[in-house]
Design a protein around this ligand. Sequence first.
Ligand code: ATP
Ligand code: MG
Length: 146
Amino acid sequence: MTSTKFTLSQLQNEAKKLARRITPPVCIALWGDLGAGKTTFSKAFIRALLDDTKADVPSPTFTLVQIYPTDKGEVWHADLYRLSDPEETIELGLLEAFQKAICVIEWPDRLGNLLPQQRIDIYLDIIDEDHRSIRIEENHESSPIY
Ligand code: ATP
Ligand code: MG
C-alpha cells in the first residue's frame, strides 16, 4: 500500500477499518516518531473493537500494557518506550499474548528480535501539524487483502 495523507478523522477511520477486519492472533506494530499518532491510532482501533466511541483508552506509558476484553478476545495495547530490556516483555506476558490476542504495539523496536515476524507494520509519519502519512505492510497470513 502506498502512503497517503490523512487528517485526524481519516486516520481514526483507517484504524476502525483495520479493527473491523482483523482476527486474533495478530501483532500490529506501530512505527513513528513522538507525536506521529501511534496512540491516536491505537485509541480509535481499540474503541472500534469495544464498539464504544467514548471508551477510556489511556496511553500505557507507565503501565507498559493495558488489556481490554472485546468480542474478538483480548486486545493488548503496549507502549514500550520505557522498556529497558526486551526480556521484560516475558514478565509482562506479552509473548503469550502474541499467540492468542490482538496486540497493538507502540515503539516495537524495543522488542528487538522478540518482535513476531508475522505481523502488520504501520508506519506513521508527520507531514504537517494536521496531517500524517500511513503505510500499512502486512506479513500476516490470516489477514484478507481489501
Ligand atoms: P508518543 O510516541 O509520544 O506516544 P504518538 O505517536 O503516540 O506519540 P499521539 O499521542 O497519538 O502520538 O499524538 C499525536 C498528536 O497529533 C495528537 O495530539 C493528535 O491529535 C495530533 N494529530 C494532528 N493531526 C493528526 C492526524 N492527522 N493524525 C493523527 N494525529 C494527529
Ligand atoms: Mg503514544
